[in-house]
Design a protein around this ligand. Structure first.
Ligand SMILES: Cc1ncc(C[n+]2csc(CCOP(=O)(O)OP(=O)(O)O)c2C)c(N)n1
Length: 924
């Protein structure tokens, strides 16, 4: 022990000062300032002290000192011991429960791997997150309450809290559901064996497979939020919290104190999406949002910030964005050390220790830590002088201390005005001993030898025999045991089990297309683009008394581009603060109007945020029992390509809504060039199983598709969403031909032909969709006038839907059924000649139909493979060889190959239309 001066003595103060400010050139002066501040706080109170500090800050700025307050606080708990809320639970029982969860989660992963050796799964992430989850489950996560079960702690939140779980910690959530009686032992034994479980069910079993990560698509009554792709969870959590406010401010949801909790990894925070929503959350004061970042300091390959401290970095980022930051770093057993640490040796030692080193400390035992951490200085050594190596080994990090975690959560939920982040320091692979704790390879550790299993059981005092441990038997205490009674009582008090996904929501009455789009059905030659038609149709939907308020128009700073500025005034732009300024265009009919109850979500230049908003609205039927109808309209290039992973997650989450890819097609957006011209979103849309995609050419087709989409999503409540591409090219819009609707919905309809040729040389069938259909129709005229070739024209509204029908029919045949011929086969059978399909997309889009073209009919496709470039629409169509003349050329070529016309016709056509061979657009 080194001798300390008596606390309070001048010698003591001098020593303390030297330790805290080793670089101080004038200690006496500094002390005067510090004393003055202390007096100010003491006499004037905290508010006065804050005022003076702000005044000093302003003054410093006036002197151009280039000074800003440090963002980082010392590497200590934000909540001091005396501020700590008392722990309301039974600590011992909760610790035992956490241990049981840990074991069952571990056994689940180890068993799955022992059985198949290839199934993967993670142990070490949940090992670090277990206590963080458990405190939430026992004290904070309120479930959606059922009628008659309004417990005191839950009653204020009928709708329940929304919890985003760290995805690879899913085994821990299953382990809890097992103890709660929601999953059986058999279910746990089928973790990551969903296909085997399904076949067992077909044989009469009741087992369910457990998905690797939270997937609502695969476990629709369990998981609410897909988080498996890093970064999607944090972004979605922000926008869920924001959408809850939107619903409240618009009067669609009663004010409530429901909360969104998001548990994320510190490595995950490196994803751009993870931090992308922070400013919005702070700007809109989302105090219904709590992030818990599990700072186990490791990701998959190694440390998150080996040479730095991720907690410091995140503290700066979150605080800078305007969040309230709670650092939860050290457990209760450190309290005594801090109390005795008169020289703040610990804080200084932490400040010198980088995360790579902290990881090494966590991977090693007490003796190592005594020597390498506490051995750094006599003061530190003295602090642990009376402790055994075992005691040092068991010094908890904050994220493994139920009492400290509870205090942090309690402070988070009590905080108002800002979103809160808890930076919880944990150990990756906590409790896995030499098999994994803090090891570089721990993320992928899924094999446990018998000794390691027995060690684990002993480490957590589980009442299991060695034999049970070696057999990786799941452990469930008796129903009347104190643990089980406690667990059930706590969940009952919080409203019931969680996570639990609901899907029951009232079906909405859907208007007929005639009620909101008569202008499109009976367009009678009026000029407009399909984008204009969409905007008009949306305006009508918004005016409908029942459905109107449920419509959520979403834009990412392109409302004016798409001619939607009138919506600013009509429904207002959502802004929780209302409008605190006089807009420059106040007197205009399309003034920029922000309002607290505004309906339009104007997300700014933020497609990811817009998509997250869309998902929140598109799943509101499930999360809130309140079906909404979102329409997110955007440049089609910045959808599937830019935020495709978010769309995939939205699909997993069973979203119901419309995505409108405007100005779609590679040749549609003339001058904008390579990065704007989309020739493939329709192809990618095809790959999303529950995305129903259409590429209509006519306003009436669009109207029919929107009605059909609403029928499926709002009335029938199918878990599908619609992707519709629209164009900005004006055309004389025809009225809808009699009986066309069902074909439009199925994916194609034959267009009424003109006068047939008296003596045609040959016949072709032309398919076209979207922007290029108009070129196809023009080509049909040229074929007739210039080449005596008769065309049948088919408008393909969805190559994807047609192909899906074909795929399903083929499969049925494989299983011995006798499916009807696919619709496209039947439709083409009624036409004649070779079939040629042209689109403004890559050829792979129309190529999808090849298998179902009637036997003996030639099938050719034209498309826009290759990079776009800027020029006029006409030049682009030349470049990609999809203009009307090129369609004629391709049709004649097909007829030549069929032997139906003289072989020199293509050359004559090239000459007649002045077509010259350029660079191959696919590679140019
Ligand atoms: C977008 C994406 N990239 C990569 C992965 C693969 N992956 C799963 S977990 C993981 C490491 C996660 O580390 P961290 O967020 O620190 O969580 P921890 O497991 O350490 O708690 C990685 C790289 C993924 N799931 N999603």
């Amino acid at each position: 022990m080194i001798p300390f001066p008596r606390p309070g003595s001048p010698e003591y103060d001098a020593l303390l000062h030297e330790v805290r400010f080793p670089d101080d050139g004038d200690a006496a002066e500094t002390r005067e300032w510090l004393d003055a501040l202390a007096t100010l706080v003491h006499v004037g109170g905290p508010q006065r002290a804050r005022f003076v500090l702000h005044a000093l800050q302003d003054e410093a700025r006036r002197h151009a000192l280039d000074w800003q307050p440090r963002r980082n606080s010392p590497y200590l708990n934000t909540i001091t011991l005396h501020e700590q809320a008392p722990f309301p639970g039974n600590l011992e029982i909760e610790q035992r429960l956490a241990a049981i969860m840990r074991w069952n989660a571990l056994a689940m992963v180890v068993r799955a791997n022992a059985r198949h050796g290839e199934l993967g799964g993670h142990i070490s992430s949940y090992a670090s997150a277990a206590d963080l989850f458990e405190v939430g489950f026992n004290h904070f996560f309120r479930a959606r309450t059922r009628t008659g079960a309004h417990a005191a702690e839950a009653s204020a939140s009928q709708g329940g809290d929304l919890v985003f779980f760290q995805p690879h910690s899913a085994p821990g959530v299953y382990a809890r559901a097992f103890l709660e009686g929601r999953l059986s032992e058999d279910d746990l034994a089928h973790y990551r064996q969903e296909v085997s479980a399904a076949s067992a069910r077909r044989d009469g079993g009741t087992v369910r497979g457990l998905s690797s990560y939270p997937h609502p698509w695969l476990m629709p009554d369990f998981w609410q939020f897909p988080t498996g792709s890093m970064g999607i969870g944090p972004l979605s959590a922000v926008y869920q919290a924001r959408f809850m406010r939107y619903l409240q401010h618009r009067g669609l949801m009663a004010p409530n104190d429901r909360r969104v909790w998001g548990f994320f990894g510190d490595g995950e925070m490196d994803e751009p999406e993870s931090l992308a929503g922070l400013s919005l959350a702070a700007r809109e004061g989302l105090d219904n949002l709590v992030f818990v970042v599990n700072c186990n300091l490791q990701r998959l390959d190694g440390p998150v910030r080996g040479n730095g401290r991720i907690v410091d970095e995140l503290e700066t980022a979150f605080e800078g964005a305007g969040w309230f930051v709670i650092k939860l770093l050290w457990g209760s057993d450190w309290d005594g050390l801090f109390a005795r640490d008169h020289t703040q040796a610990l804080a200084r030692a932490f400040a010198r220790t980088v995360d790579g080193q902290f990881q090494t400390f966590s991977a090693n035992d007490g003796a190592y830590n005594r020597e390498r951490f506490f051995g750094q200085s006599p003061e530190l050594a003295a602090l642990v002088g009376a402790m055994t190596d075992h005691d040092i080994d068991r010094l908890h990090r904050g994220g493994h201390d139920l009492v400290k975690i509870h205090a942090a959560y309690a402070a988070a939920v009590a905080h108002t005005g800002k979103p809160v982040v808890i930076l919880a320091k944990t150990m990756k692979g906590y409790g896995m001993g030499a098999a994994g704790q803090g090891r570089m390879t721990t993320h992928s550790q899924k094999k446990y030898d018998d000794d390691a299993l027995k060690d684990f059981v002993r480490r957590f005092n589980l009442p299991m025999s060695d034999e049970a441990a070696e057999a990786q038997r799941f452990y469930r205490p008796a129903d009347d045991s104190p643990e089980m009674r406690y667990l059930q009582t706590r969940r009952a008090a919080l409203g019931g089990p969680l996570p639990e996904r609901h899907h029951e929501a009232p079906a909405l009455t859907v208007p007929a297309a005639n009620d909101f789009a008569a202008f499109a059905l009976m367009a009678d030659g009026r000029e407009m683009s399909t984008t204009m038609a969409f905007v008009r149709l949306l305006g009508s939907l918004l005016r409908l008394p029942e459905l109107g308020p449920r419509v959520v128009p979403i834009v990412a700073d392109e409302a004016r581009t798409f001619g939607m500025a009138s919506l600013f005034r009509q429904v207002g732009i959502y802004a929780p603060q209302g409008q605190c300024y006089e807009p420059e265009d106040a007197s205009s009919l399309v003034a920029y109007r922000e309002a607290r109850d505004g309906q339009l979500l104007e997300e700014g230049i933020n497609e990811a945020g817009a998509l997250a908003s869309w998902t929140a609205a598109a799943t509101s039927y499930s999360t809130h029992g309140l079906p909404m109808l979102p329409f997110y309209i955007y440049y089609s290039m910045f959808g599937f390509q830019r935020v495709g992973d978010l769309i995939w997650a939205a699909a997993d989450q069973r979203s119901r809504g419309f995505l409108i890819g405007a100005t779609a097609g590679r040749t549609t957006l003339g001058g904008e060039g390579l990065q704007h011209q989309d020739g493939h979103s329709q192809l990618v849309a095809t790959t999303v199983p529950n995305c129903v995609s259409y590429d209509p050419a006519f306003a009436y087709e669009l109207a029919v598709i929107v009605e059909h989409g609403m029928q499926r999503m709002l009335r029938k409540q199918d878990d599908v969403f619609f992707y519709i591409t629209t164009m900005n090219e004006n055309h004389a819009q025809p009225s809808m031909p009699e009986g066309a609707a069902s074909g439009i919905v199925r994916g194609a309809h034959r267009l009424p032909g003109g006068e047939p040729l008296a003596a045609p040389l040959a016949q072709v069938t032309l398919l076209g969709s979207g922007a290029i259909l108009h070129e196809v129709l023009a080509a049909a005229l040229l074929l007739a006038a210039d080449w005596q070739v008769q065309s049948d024209c088919i408008s393909v509204t969805s190559f994807c839907e047609l192909a899906r029908e074909g795929i399903d029919a083929d499969r049925q045949a494989l299983w011995g059924h006798r499916p009807d011929a696919p619709y496209i086969t039947v439709l083409l059978a009624a036409t004649a000649g070779p079939v040629l399909a042209a689109t403004d997309y890559v050829r792979a889009v129309p190529e999808q139909l090849r298998a179902w073209v009637p036997a003996g009919r030639r099938y050719s496709t034209l498309g826009t493979d290759g990079f776009g470039r800027s020029d006029s629409r006409a030049q682009l169509r030349e470049h990609f060889e999809v203009s009307r003349q090129h369609i004629v050329l391709a049709a004649l070529q097909a007829l030549v190959m069929d032997g139906s016309v003289p072989p020199d016709l293509p050359a004559l056509a090239r000459a007649r239309y002045g077509l010259r061979e350029g660079a191959n657009p696919r590679v140019a």
